[in-house]
Design a protein around this ligand. Structure first.
Ligand code: PEP
Ligand code: MN
Length: 362
C-alpha cells in the first residue's frame, strides 16, 4: 500500500470539510477514454470537488455489466493526476479496500447493498483497521436506521475518523415516482442521531431518471444536506449501467449552478430557514401519507372486485371494529387521540366504501 504523505492527507481533509461538497462522475468506469473524458469535462465546470466511479458494481441480476474491476483503478489515478481532483470509489469487501488503497483512492464509499449486510460491513471495517481514509456510508436499501447506524459503528470502531453519510433513498415494492423512495424523515432522523456527521444526498439513485434531479437536489439543500453525489457520463444514454439517470458534465454544472444555496446570516433568516426546514419535513411526510393512502385504496379496489365476484357485502362490521380497535391501541402509544383516530379512519373508510361501491356497481 502506498503511504499518503501528511500534505496529501491535509488536502483531502480540506476537501472533505468543504460545503457544499460536490461529488460527480460516472456510475461505472467503463473505458479509460470514458473515465478521462468525463473527469476532464467535470473539472472544467469548476463545480466538482471529488470524482467518483464504480469499479465493482453490485448488480441486482446476474448477466449485466458487473464493473470493470481493478483494471479501472489506474484510470481513476490518471484522472486524479489530470484534473487535480481527489477520487472516490465504492468498496464492498476486503480485497476491494486493499486494491483501492493501493491506487491511492482518496475517499471510499460503501454502497447500499453492502450497508444492509453486517457480515460484509464487518469485513470492510476489518480491512480499514489502521488505515487513515475517509469513508462515506450509504443508507441500506431497506428503510432501517439500525442497519445504517450499525454500519457507522463498525467503521468507527475500526478507527476511521472521517465518516460521512449518503442518503440514496430506500427500495420499495411497486412503481413509484422514484427509483428509491427518499423517505426524507429517515435521513433527517439519522442526521439528528449523528450531529456533526456529514450527510450528503445522492439524487441520482433516488430519482433513477435525469429529469427530476434538480428538484431532488434542491430539496436536499433546503433540508440542510452538506452536499451532493450526482452521476455524470460523457454519453449517458450509452452508459453501461444506470443510463437513464446520468447527465453530461455540462448539465451537471448547470444543476449545481441552478441550485439556490442557503446561507445562514441574520437571526431572522436563521429562524425562517429553520421554519422552512420543518415545513419541508411536513410536506414530505404528507406526500408519503398520500402515496400510502393511494396504495390503500388500490388494495380496497382489489377487495371490491373480490367481493363482487363472490357476492359479499361491502360493509363487514366485525372487520371495521377490528380496524378501529387496532388503530386506537397503536394511536394511543403515538399520542394520537381516540377522537382523531375515529375521524381519520371514518374518512378513509368512507373513501374505501365509495371506491368499492363504484366497482360493485360497474
Ligand atoms: C452507485 O453509486 O453507483 C451505486 C451502486 O449506488 P447504491 O449503492 O446507492 O445503489
Ligand atoms: Mn449507479
Amino acid at each position: 500500500m502506498q503511504q499518503q504523505t501528511s500534505e496529501q492527507k491535509k488536502s483531502i481533509i480540506d476537501v472533505w470539510n468543504k460545503r457544499p461538497l460536490i461529488i460527480s462522475g460516472p456510475c461505472s468506469a467503463e473505458t479509460e477514454e470514458q473515465v478521462l473524458a468525463t473527469a476532464t469535462q467535470l473539472a472544467a465546470t469548476g463545480k466538482v470537488d471529488v470524482l467518483r466511479a464504480g469499479i465493482w458494481k453490485p448488480r441486482t441480476r446476474p448477466g449485466s455489466f458487473e464493473g470493470i474491476g481493478a483494471k479501472g483503478l489506474p484510470w481513476m489515478a490518471q484522472a486524479k493526476k489530470l484534473t487535480g481532483l481527489p477520487i472516490a470509489v465504492e468498496v464492498a469487501n476486503a480485497k476491494q479496500v486493499q486494491d483501492a488503497l493501493h491506487f491511492d483512492v482518496d475517499i471510499l464509499w460503501i454502497g447500499a447493498r453492502t450497508t444492509v449486510n453486517p457480515f460484509s460491513m464487518q469485513e470492510v471495517a476489518d480491512a480499514l483497521k489502521g488505515v487513515d481514509v475517509p469513508v462515506l456510508i450509504k443508507n441500506p436499501i431497506n428503510p432501517d436506521l439500525e442497519l445504517w447506524t450499525g454500519a457507522v459503528e463498525r467503521v468507527s470502531r475500526a478507527g476511521v475518523k472521517e465518516i460521512g453519510l449518503i442518503h440514496r433513498g430506500f427500495s420499495s415494492y411497486g412503481n413509484t415516482e422514484y427509483r428509491n423512495a427518499p423517505m426524507w424523515h429517515l435521513a433527517i432522523e439519522m442526521k439528528r442521531r449523528n450531529p456533526g456527521m456529514m450527510m450528503i444526498c445522492d439524487p441520482s439513485h433516488i430519482c433513477g431518471r435525469r429529469d427530476i434531479l434538480m428538484d431532488i437536489s434542491q430539496k436536499a439543500i433546503d433540508l440542510d444536506f452538506d452536499g451532493l453525489m450526482i452521476e455524470s457520463h460523457i454519453d449517458p444514454d450509452k452508459a453501461w449501467s444506470d443510463a437513464s439517470q446520468q447527465v453530461i458534465p455540462e448539465r451537471l454544472g448547470e444543476i449545481i449552478s441552478g441550485i439556490q444555496w442557503r446561507y445562514e446570516t441574520t437571526t431572522e433568516k436563521e429562524f425562517l430557514y429553520a421554519l422552512e426546514k420543518f415545513r419541508e419535513q411536513i410536506n414530505q411526510i404528507d406526500d408519503e401519507l398520500l402515496l400510502l393512502i393511494g396504495q390503500r385504496m388500490k388494495i380496497a379496489d382489489m377487495i371490491g372486485e373480490f367481493k363482487k365476484n363472490n357476492s359479499i357485502t361491502i360493509l363487514q362490521t366485525n372487520r371495521w371494529n377490528e380496524i378501529l380497535e387496532r388503530a386506537f391501541n397503536k394511536g394511543e402509544a403515538l399520542g394520537l387521540s381516540k377522537d382523531f383516530i375515529t375521524k381519520y379512519f371514518d374518512a378513509v373508510h368512507m373513501e374505501s366504501i365509495n371506491h368499492q361501491n363504484k366497482i360493485m356497481n360497474s
